[in-house]
Design a protein around this ligand. Structure first.
Ligand SMILES: Cc1cc2nc3c(=O)[nH]c(=O)nc-3n(C[C@H](O)[C@H](O)[C@H](O)COP(=O)(O)O)c2cc1C
Ligand SMILES: CCCCCCC(=O)C(=O)O
Length: 367
């Protein structure tokens, strides 16, 4: 294959390496995948309005989040089961990400444990994604483990009271090789130390234990149990964004779970501006979903995102080349984003705002 020069190339290279079952698990979304496609396509409905004759000889991509400075506003989203892509799985992804001074989010449903990932990195820029289970003591024990291991924030996934209907998995449940386990969840849904679930599919174990009765009250209670910043991941509606603020959380990730939950919902870049307006600067707003180019990052920031998260690009990089593949993925985005900033006339993130963006005009002339 020719030199990998874009995230699209990386996806194709990953597809050639992975089994069909794993590639489908990673790349698919719910039902007809209208939202998966729209997450990326929606970026093309916005145009950048560059400014010229500015000094762009130096570009500062640094961003501050919760009092800490990161190298780029490009973070890595929580995705499950990374050892399906590479033997080192989440540890390789976390190393590549934190080495570049970015945030890596570890999924609850990971094949490396909270502690293994923390021990595997030298810069602990780690956030922990909490899937909310029925047993609130279990949720608390995951938070305590993350706190003890030095994680810096908790992302509570709020868009998954049930798993979305993903057709390849519906037809043929994903099989996870026996040597891989859900390292954080070894006793989930079973009595201490029992292996009741070991013979079942990973989905059954997780699906049976997801808390579909979790409400705003419960989220507020969870927030009060930790001093770490807590963010709600999976917000699309501005009214919910207001509730996140009212309930005292510290941040929002505008997300539709990469189009894997309810098909036909808003793309995340379309949802972002109204949510930023509803929050009114009280807490930071982040976005994920469909971000594949440096210009996508620029557009998300122009609409008011503090930083973006990428999910599948991490998995494709990991499948292509382990830690080095994830570094390659990040470097592609860094270079594209820096160039987008320079060519738009922005030398630092504080220059980027809505005046740099417009909706792509609809053709009104007669052809
Ligand atoms: C294979 C896969 C597994 C995922 N696992 C999780 C998870 O365990 N927890 C979670 O909150 N989100 C999960 N997500 C959603 C991501 O965190 C993120 O919202 C999404 O991937 C962003 O879209 P993108 O893949 O287009 O960048 C997963 C996404 C994918 C593709
Ligand atoms: C409740 C079903 C398991 C979900 C596994 C991880 C995830 O969020 C995904 O999108 O896949």
């Amino acid at each position: 294959m020719a030199k990998i020069s874009s995230i699209q190339d990386l996806q194709e290279a990953a597809k050639a390496k992975l089994s069909k079952g794993v590639y489908d698990y990673y790349s698919y979304g719910a039902m007809d995948m209208i939202t998966v496609a729209d997450n990326s396509n929606a970026y093309n409905r916005y145009q950048i309005r560059p400014r010229v004759l500015r000094d762009v000889s130096k570009i500062d991509t640094g961003v501050e989040v919760f009092g800490k400075k990161y190298a780029y506003p490009i973070f890595v989203a929580a995705t499950a089961l990374q050892k399906l892509a590479d033997v080192e799985g989440e540890v390789a992804s976390a190393r590549a990400t934190t080495k570049n001074n970015l945030v890596y989010s570890l999924s609850s449903i990971s094949t490396s444990s909270i502690e293994e990932v923390a021990d595997g990195v030298s810069t602990p820029n780690l956030w922990f994604q909490l899937s909310v289970f029925k047993d609130k003591h279990y949720n608390l024990s995951l938070i305590r483990r993350a706190e003890k291991a030095g994680y810096k924030a908790i992302l509570v996934t709020v868009d998954m009271p049930y798993s979305g209907r993903r057709l390849p998995e519906f037809r043929q449940p994903l099989t996870v090789p026996e040597h891989l386990t859900l390292k954080n969840l070894t006793s989930l849904g079973s009595k201490e130390g029992s292996s009741e679930y070991n013979k079942d599919s990973v989905y059954k174990r997780v699906v049976d234990n997801i808390n579909s009765a979790f409400t705003w009250e419960d989220l507020k209670w969870l927030k009060q149990q930790t001093k770490l910043p807590m963010l709600a991941k999976g917000i699309l509606n501005p009214r919910d964004a207001e509730l996140v603020v009212l309930n005292g959380l510290d941040g929002i990730i505008v997300s539709n779970h990469g189009g894997r939950q309810l098909d036909g919902v808003s793309s995340t870049i379309d949802a972002l501006p109204n949510i930023v307006d509803a929050v009114g600067g009280k807490i930071p707003v982040f976005v994920d979903g469909g971000i594949r180019r440096g210009t996508d990052v620029f557009k998300a920031l122009a609409f008011g995102a503090q930083a973006v998260f990428v999910g599948r690009p991490n998995l494709y990089g990991l499948a292509y080349g382990g830690q080095k593949g994830v570094e390659l993925m990040l470097n592609l985005l860094f270079k594209e984003f820096e160039l987008a900033m320079a060519l738009a006339g922005c030398s630092s993130l504080k220059d980027i705002n809505r005046s740099y963006i417009q909706q792509t005009p609809q053709l009104t002339c007669k052809l």
